[in-house]
Design a protein around this ligand. Structure first.
Ligand SMILES: [Zn+2]
Length: 488
């Protein structure tokens, strides 16, 4: 993690590279384990577990060997598959270098100043109150991406091919199944998320209509989506105030929970402020099982960073409780549930702020940011998930995924979500190339879990906020259970 504190530090970077190489080599050298386990008959294994109590904590992992048996290859084939790790990351790393560093950027005049339209400047300009500026930067930003449509298409196509190759090599029916079956998530769960969101796009359109009314525009455009709807409201809190707000908002989770968060604040679990060379954004890392989780923040005092901080603390507390309660073998939780505890905390913070703030504009601004959360996490991530599924299915059917094809597919889905044909929100033509800017499409069916986690945390938090004692108890049990599962 030290390398994230200063990305310019070559020594730390070299250590990161070295440890990554160790992981790959470890994977190769240990690749014989699973095939050897699979060679033991399942009944024999169950007998071993029944006879030896120390095996109990490995039960799920051992039984997973049989659940995954039809996708496990021979020892030699596994060794070859492990070696593909050296080459399968190329599409993603090319994308990362090109879009973060080498892609030429156009200039735009922002607030009377000529600025390069980097992702950060674009994101700032598109959330400006000045509509002309929003439309102008949206046009030039995506027009620029269209210049590299073919290149981005080859990169994403390369990644999709990796996923399709892995699925075929391991006897899966589809790339989707290959991505989610290892975590025991049924393909139907993914598809039903997409279907249910599609069935409820009307609710999303109500949100867009509301946005249109608040902005006072005749026709809502995609370039208006990030515009501020409440004028002149800016909530700011210094770090001490943020801690106070968060501790207060977490009260429904009880004294024990709050004490640990307080301890985290006072014992340097968190790298708080932006410094030169520091990695942007925020994350929680709970990997140090017998130490404690760590958080990286870039806190500057905006309200949404208070929200980010409580989000990361949710991850941290999930790791903390699981690491404390579970033995190492079952401490790690599946990604599928990873965003529940984090978004749960955001709901609590929002609820408290709604009650605390008396100013109408401020409350309105918070309500809107909550709705924006539904847009960004539930609808947008499912839109991504639908696109991801569509492009993999197209590749599986042999459709060549060129940049043009990807833009066509992304545009169709985006227009459907935003009610373009119904006149709800006009999606500008060049916005259809937005897929080219989204790193998550290199994450192999990852983003749907934002939506499912969000839905789960909304439901769980509603019960806890209702004062349901049992719900609170079950929630703490849930974040203490890591990857432990009673039955199989
Ligand atoms: Zn998160």
């Amino acid at each position: 993690m030290k390398s994230d504190v200063d990305l310019r530090d070559a020594e730390n970077m070299a250590r990161v590279k070295e440890i990554r190489q160790v992981f790959i080599e470890y994977g190769q050298k240990a690749s014989f384990v699973t095939p050897e386990l699979a060679a033991i008959p399942e009944t024999t294994m169950k007998q071993f577990i029944a006879e030896e109590p120390k095996l109990e904590i490995y039960k799920m992992g051992l039984m997973d060997v049989y659940r995954m048996k039809m996708h496990t290859l021979s020892e030699l084939e596994e060794a070859v598959m492990a070696k593909t790790g050296m080459i399968t990351g190329t599409a993603n790393s090319t994308f990362s270098v090109f879009s973060n560093a080498e892609m030429p950027r156009v200039k735009a005049s922002i607030d009377g100043e000529e600025k390069e339209l980097t992702p950060a400047n674009f994101s700032m300009a598109r959330s400006s109150a000045n509509r002309e500026l929003r439309q102008e930067v949206t046009k030039s930003y995506w027009d620029n991406y269209l210049n590299y449509e073919g290149t981005f298409g080859e990169m994403l196509n390369g990644q999709v091919k990796v996923n399709v190759f892995r699925a075929k090599a391991r006897n899966y029916d589809s790339a989707l199944e290959a991505a989610i079956k290892p975590n025991n998530i049924p393909v139907e769960a993914y598809k039903s998320l997409v279907k249910n969101i599609n069935d409820n796009l009307g609710t999303f359109h109500r949100y867009l209509e509301l946005k249109k009314r608040m902005l006072g525009v005749e026709q809502l455009m995609y370039s208006d989506i990030y515009a501020p709807t409440v004028k002149g409201v800016e909530l700011k809190y210094n770090y001490e105030e943020a801690q106070e707000l968060i501790l207060k908002s977490l009260k429904p989770l009880g004294k024990d929970y709050i004490e640990v968060v307080d301890h985290a604040f006072n014992n340097r679990w968190i790298d708080v402020y932006p410094t030169a060379g520091k990695r942007s954004g925020a994350y929680s890392n709970g990997g140090a099982y017998d130490v404690h989780p760590y958080i990286l923040m870039n806190y500057t005092g905006q309200y949404n960073e208070v929200s980010t901080l409580t989000h990361e603390l949710g991850h941290t507390m999930h790791s903390y409780y699981s690491n404390k309660t579970q033995p190492f073998a079952t401490a790690d939780y599946a990604t599928f549930v990873a965003e529940v505890a984090s978004t749960f905390n955001e709901v609590l913070l929002n609820d408290m702020m709604q009650k605390k703030l008396k100013d109408d504009d401020m409350r309105l601004s918070l309500l809107m940011s909550m709705l924006d959360g539904f847009k960004g996490t539930l609808f947008r991530q499912t839109q991504f998930a639908e696109f991801e599924l569509a492009i993999h299915e197209a590749a599986e059917k042999g459709t060549p995924l060129t940049g043009k094809v990807l833009t066509q597919m992304y545009g169709d889905i985006t227009r459907k979500y935003y009610g373009h044909d119904k006149g709800v929100c006009t999606v500008e033509d060049n916005v259809a190339v937005e897929w080219a800017a989204i790193p998550h499409f290199y994450m192999n069916f990852y983003v749907y879990q934002y939506s499912t986690s969000f839905v789960a945390s909304q439901a769980l938090a509603a019960k806890v906020l209702d004062g349901d004692k049992e719900a609170k108890k079950r929630y703490i049990e849930f974040i203490s259970s890591g990857g432990f599962r009673l039955s199989n």
